[in-house]
Design a protein around this ligand. Structure first.
Ligand SMILES: Cc1ncc(COP(=O)(O)O)c(C=O)c1O
Length: 453
């Protein structure tokens, strides 16, 4: 092997295409392989300017050290790494307490909110089936009720696990749902209702209190036992600190499970998510696997098996490092910068801010207040072309699909001076468009339109 390495001049790979179909026959020295990979990534966006994603793009050096030191630890090896397993349980207990669980409960570390939602919704399905069987009723037509404001993962769950999705459509100007929207769709085949706290599209929350009241009433008056799952992918780490008096969690009796993305406002790099049940009995026992793994009985409730420990440890690091005071400080900082950005955008005189003043994630969702020769997609392109900002433009879900929107996430690394720069750059992009008119079709195709993360 050494001969092969020595025969090739250093830097030979600079004049070759990067391997992209088959594993190369020969080896290359680590430094060259590292350069090759780095150069492939050079054309990608810069994470600091990625205002499309909710996912953490900056962590402290100490947190990165914790991650780096633990990349070789397989999370599923509970027998070998019992402290890692205990630290997962600590995180679950801390989150359950943060979400006001009434007593001892269960939960799981997942790859992100998507896996947490799949598992949580599977538990809804299993529990519903148990109730139906006990009552001698059919179990062949389960349905799940949620709004058009949910993340795509909810529809994915329905397709993968054979559940009828009952989707409440949005309306122009109404981007969240409430009890009046949910009520017509609920019946005895409803495995649950999913409500979002911090929607992907505008950052607002469904009327969780109203939906909880409705489900309480259906239970009391009609004997319909329909649990509520909260998709707090982003909001579950924001609401407890920015809106501590707002009830969206286990303080509401029908809320039986909550998912949260540790890798969003939990302030950890991807992939880490959490699923927390209100009470142990909310987890369908049939979904738990008891395995004898390397001599120790292990109870698992996950879709995958082997996975990294590093992000679990990083989540624990974040909890002890920031404490509640630190999380509150970070959330308030982001929200204050989001408000500054919203004001700057409003001052440009062309845009309206969506749902300003309402409880929301630290972001600015906005669109053109009046018709212009160009639209939000043109602006997104121009902003990216002039300064590399990744601010997505998108259309809202049905029946608000004619509404175009832009959205800038304000994460902890977008400080006030960057906010001012972004506002100036937006002004510059607008004045370019005022002068030259809309961008070309080819340019519009390059616009970042995905907001599903
Ligand atoms: C409301 C909501 N639910 C679920 C998800 C999926 O989360 P994850 O990317 O952690 O799998 C997202 C992602 O943005 C989201 O915003």
């Amino acid at each position: 092997m050494n001969t092969v390495l020595e025969e090739r001049a250093p830097g030979w790979f600079l004049t070759q295409d990067a391997p992209d179909t088959a594993i190369p026959e020969e080896s290359m020295p680590p430094i060259q392989a590292k350069r090759l990979v780095e150069q492939e990534l050079a054309v990608e966006g810069i994470p600091e300017r990625n205002l499309a994603t909710f996912v953490t793009t900056w962590m402290e050096p100490e947190a990165r050290a914790v991650i780096e030191q633990n990349l070789h630890r397989n999370f599923i090896d509970h027998a070998e790494y019992p402290m890692t397993a205990e630290i997962e349980q600590r995180c679950i207990r801390m989150l359950a307490a943060l979400f006001h669980a009434p007593g001892e409960t269960v939960g799981a570390r997942t790859q992100g909110s998507s896996e947490a939602i799949m598992l949580g919704a599977l538990s809804l399905k299993w529990k519903w089936r148990g109730r139906q069987e006990a009552a001698g009723k059919p179990t062949d037509r389960p349905n799940l009720v949620f709004g058009g404001d949910v993340h795509v993962v909810w529809e994915k769950f329905c397709r993968y696990f054979d559940v009828e999705p009952r989707i409440v459509p949005l309306q122009p100007g109404k981007y969240t749902i409430g009890p009046e929207d949910v009520e017509p769709h609920v019946d005895e085949n409803t495995i649950g209702v999913a409500a979002v706290v911090g929607t992907t599209f505008t950052g607002h929350a469904d009327d969780v209190v109203g939906i909880n009241d409705l489900l309480m009433e259906l239970l009391d008056k009609k004997g319909l036992d329909v649990p509520l799952h909260i998709d707090g992918a982003s909001g579950a780490f924001v609401w407890p600190f920015l809106y501590p008096h707002s009830e969206w969690d286990f303080r509401l009796e029908r809320v039986r499970s909550i998912n949260a993305s540790g890798h969003k406002f939990g302030l950890v790099y991807p992939g880490i998510g959490w699923l927390i049940f209100r009470e142990k009995s909310d987890l369908a026992e049939d979904l738990v696997f008891y395995e004898n793994y390397l001599g120790k009985t292990d109870a698992t409730f996950t879709l995958n098996f082997s996975t990294g420990s590093a992000m679990v440890l990083a989540q624990y690091y974040a909890f002890v490092r920031f404490g509640k005071a630190g999380y509150r400080f970070v959330m308030e900082t982001m929200q204050s910068n989001a408000e500054a950005l919203a004001k700057d955008i409003e001052d440009l005189g062309k845009f309206q801010i969506i749902g300003a003043g309402e409880e929301r994630l630290p972001l600015v969702a906005f669109n053109l207040a009046e018709k212009q020769p160009y639209d939000e997609f043109d602006i997104a392109f121009q902003l990216a072309a002039e300064r590399g900002w990744m601010v997505p433009a998108y259309t809202m879900p049905p029946n608000a699909q004619d509404v175009k929107m832009m959205r800038a996430l304000v994460k902890v690394n977008l400080n006030r001076s960057l906010i001012d720069t972004l506002a100036d750059d937006l002004r510059a992009a607008i004045s370019t468009l005022d002068e030259k008119g809309p961008v070309s079709e080819a340019e519009r195709k390059q616009v970042k339109t995905s907001v599903t993360h």
